[in-house]
Design a protein around this ligand. Structure first.
Ligand code: GUN
Length: 282
């Protein structure tokens, strides 16, 4: 079994991006810029945003942090996003989710021009992915999973891939990415019949359902590649994935740990999308 080291791959990706960010700065006499909008004080979002900003600085991307109070109106939020859309120093815009409940995320995200949609959440970028066009920004977590598969030379073509979860942010784009690389893809969700049997047929099993230690050895084929996107608190209060790691690891050819697997890749891919967005307009 090979343990997939997301921390190491993420560091490698960021080192490569740093070189590209420097080249951009030398050619354009300005830094690549990422605007991060956080509305309210959701504790997890505050940690994520802080990490995103720190990692931007580390690779030489200028960050524009906008912290707005929880009672920000839709009009105020929209006017900020529209101003960022017009700003030539801003190459990527990220509106941290979840938003306070009185704000309409869909409307706000639609105000981000697709060229600056570095989360890849918008209809244009999801549509490009669905049409197997490589030109857009792909949602960061599934893009990070593909990067791990590539960097560990794990073949995808012709493999049976099973994705657990069908969210717009992870499951759906994950399935499309695997399909675009010629896997035979099954997407499982809360209404799937014979879920265990579906999982046990997978050469590549990607779980993104947010259920601690849900995937057990009987659901994993011998020699499977197991990718765990879950970040949960287990019964013991410790961070754990969707996969019962100790129970499953000896059956796998490759497996991602939690923490230290997919997690570190997400911000690296956000930075990668931002660099790509800047290089595209130049
Ligand atoms: N909230 C949790 N993860 C994410 C993410 O990747 N992007 C945004 N915008 N919000 C999030």
């Amino acid at each position: 079994m090979t343990l997939i080291d997301g921390k190491a791959v993420s560091a490698q990706v960021r080192a490569e991006l740093k070189v590209r960010a420097q080249a951009f700065e030398a050619a354009h006499n300005k830094k690549i810029g990422l605007a991060v909008v956080l509305i309210g004080e959701d504790p997890a979002s505050m940690v994520y945003v802080r990490n995103k900003i720190r990692e931007c600085e580390e690779v030489g991307i200028r960050s524009f942090a906008h912290y707005l109070p929880a009672d920000t109106s839709m009009k105020q939020a929209l006017s900020l996003v529209r101003a960022l859309a017009e700003d030539d120093n801003v190459h990527g815009i990220l509106v941290q989710l979840p938003l306070p409940s009185h704000l309409d995320a869909e409307v706000l995200l639609r105000a981000i021009p697709h060229e600056k949609d570095v989360d890849g959440f918008g209809a244009e970028n999801l549509g490009l992915l669905a049409q197997n066009h490589a030109s857009g920004c792909v949602s960061c977590t599934p893009a990070g999973v593909m990067e791990l598969l590539h960097r560990y030379n794990i073949p995808v073509r012709g493999k049976r891939a099973v994705v657990l979860g069908r969210s717009n942010v992870v499951g759906r784009p994950m399935a499309m990415l695997l399909l675009n690389e010629d896997a035979t893809v099954t997407v499982c969700h809360s209404h799937t019949a014979q879920l265990k049997e579906e999982c046990a047929r997978a050469d590549i099993l990607v779980s993104a359902i947010g259920k601690p230690k849900f995937i057990t050895a009987e659901m994993v084929k011998d020699g499977a590649v197991v990718i765990d996107v879950g970040i949960n608190r287990g019964a013991d209060g410790k961070l754990c994935g969707d996969v019962d790691f100790e129970n499953v690891k000896d059956k796998c050819s490759f497996i991602t740990p939690v923490p230290g697997g997919v997690g570190p890749m997400t911000i690296a891919m956000l930075l990668s999308n931002t660099v790509k967005a800047a290089e595209r307009v130049s």
